[in-house]
Design a protein around this ligand. Structure first.
Ligand SMILES: *Cc1c(COP(=O)(O)O)cnc(C)c1O
Length: 403
């Protein structure tokens, strides 16, 4: 019997998502229409933030967050090295220098200690810091926020993996990732491998009305309209005193980072299924945890702090390939033969030639250790329990582990 290939991650788009997008395409607005604000309002409500701003992808969302925080060429931005490139690049686009923070070798997460160390190591004061809830597993936000505020750092959460995750605050109350209880802004990606999708898309959540205004302004060319904000009043108004209806003004360099209406309609439809997706992800996590929880030191599931209730985006195993005497590339090829897709998340960003050249070499051993062991196995809500059992059997046979 030939079995279907199981990739490491996959979107789930249903007929009702397709019908919603088709209805939008038949309507009057393909972009800058009512679907944008409708989705933003729904998203803000779901994550528990005052505002949400939708943009064309998650990378742009990180760039826009840095622009809104007024990060620029003379500033230093702190980024996690154990993340996707965009966690650093978003700040780098503004010209800021990047200082990298190391990761806990068992979780890949920035910790209060590695955060402190990166601030100390930086060549000057850090203006903005990005921390990533890698795999959907939240970083220690209360403590990291405390350190950030001591140093006057604008803290931004990269929650591209963590839509639906919660953690606990200082009083033990559950906090939704995206509610920005401990940060200025929280950034999400809605790329097809993420928890919900809009094809390409990103969202920035914030509770701060000034940041909200700046995010919207810079998303669309920095174009200002409206009498009270105009600088050149002689161009903006007729002699009669009436406003010239065509008039717009650019006071700051902005971009076109907008998302189209039909993509927002898809995201809005997907958002309604978030709790179903989250529940299914948790069920699959339990199957994997049951099988990999006590295999021993050489193959371990991710450590989750007991105070966090994550909705995992990826399911990584930490495999000691050296001790097992197996090469990771060989293991991946053998699994592929069995129809199992895997991926490595991520190559530490500080190891990228661009950043070695630009920011100089640094020694971040926690991230190197995590990177050496990480392997993401198939994990997405469309998988059946049988699919997950098949992944377990394949891994047992390829890694030569029993029990
Ligand atoms: C996916 C991702 C991004 C970038 O999002 P895009 O929508 O692909 O641009 C940024 N950070 C992390 C951690 C991601 O996983």
């Amino acid at each position: 019997m030939s079995e279907s290939f199981l990739p490491y991650g996959r979107h789930w788009v249903d007929e009702d998502d397709i019908a919603a997008v088709a209805a939008c395409l038949r309507g009057d607005w393909l972009t800058t229409g009512p679907a944008v604000e409708a989705f933003e309002a729904a998203f803000a409500e779901v994550v528990g933030a005052r505002y949400a701003v939708v943009v064309s992808n998650g990378t742009v969302a990180l760039h826009l967050a840095a622009l809104a925080a007024q990060v620029g060429a003379n500033d230093i931005g702190l980024a996690p090295t154990m993340s996707f490139l965009a966690s650093a690049n978003g700040m780098r686009y503004t010209g800021a220098e990047i200082a990298f923070a190391d990761a806990d070798p068992d979780t890949g997460l920035v910790t209060p200690d590695t955060f402190q160390a990166a601030i100390k190591r930086a060549a000057g004061p850090v203006k903005m810091a990005v921390v990533v809830h890698l795999n959907g597993n939240p970083v220690d936000m209360p403590e990291i926020a405390r350190i950030a505020s001591e140093h006057d750092i604008v803290l931004v959460e990269d929650a591209c993996h963590a839509l639906g995750s919660t953690y606990r605050n200082e009083t033990g109350a559950a906090v939704k990732v995206g509610s920005c209880q401990h940060s200025a802004m929280t950034v999400f990606s809605l790329h097809p491998v993420k928890t919900i999708t809009m094809g390409e898309g990103g969202v920035i959540a914030t509770n701060n009305p000034v940041l909200h205004e700046r995010l919207k302004l810079l998303r669309s060319h920095g174009m200002v309209r409206g009498a009270e904000k105009i600088v050149n009043r002689d161009l903006a108004f007729a002699r009669s005193g009436d406003a010239n209806p065509w008039y717009y003004e650019m006071q700051e360099l902005g971009f076109n980072f907008r998302a189209p209406d039909f993509a927002c309609v898809l995201a809005h439809s997907q958002l309604k299924k978030l709790s179903m997706f989250a529940e299914r992800r948790t069920q699959l996590k339990e199957i994997y945890d049951r099988h990999f929880g006590d295999v021993g030191e050489l193959v371990k599931p991710l450590r989750i702090e007991t105070s966090a209730e994550p909705v995992l985006h990826l399911y990584p195993l930490l495999i000691d390939f050296t001790a097992l005497g197996k090469e990771r590339a060989r293991v991946m090829a053998d699994l592929r033969e069995l129809g199992i897709g895997t991926q490595v998340h991520y190559i530490p960003i500080h190891r990228q030639p661009y950043y070695v050249e630009h920011s100089g070499a640094v020694d971040l051993p926690g991230a190197d250790s995590y990177y050496a062991k990480a392997l993401s196995i198939p994990y997405y809500p469309l998988m059946t329990d049988q699919d997950a059992e098949r992944v377990v059997r394949a891994l047992r046979s390829v890694l030569g582990i029993n029990s």
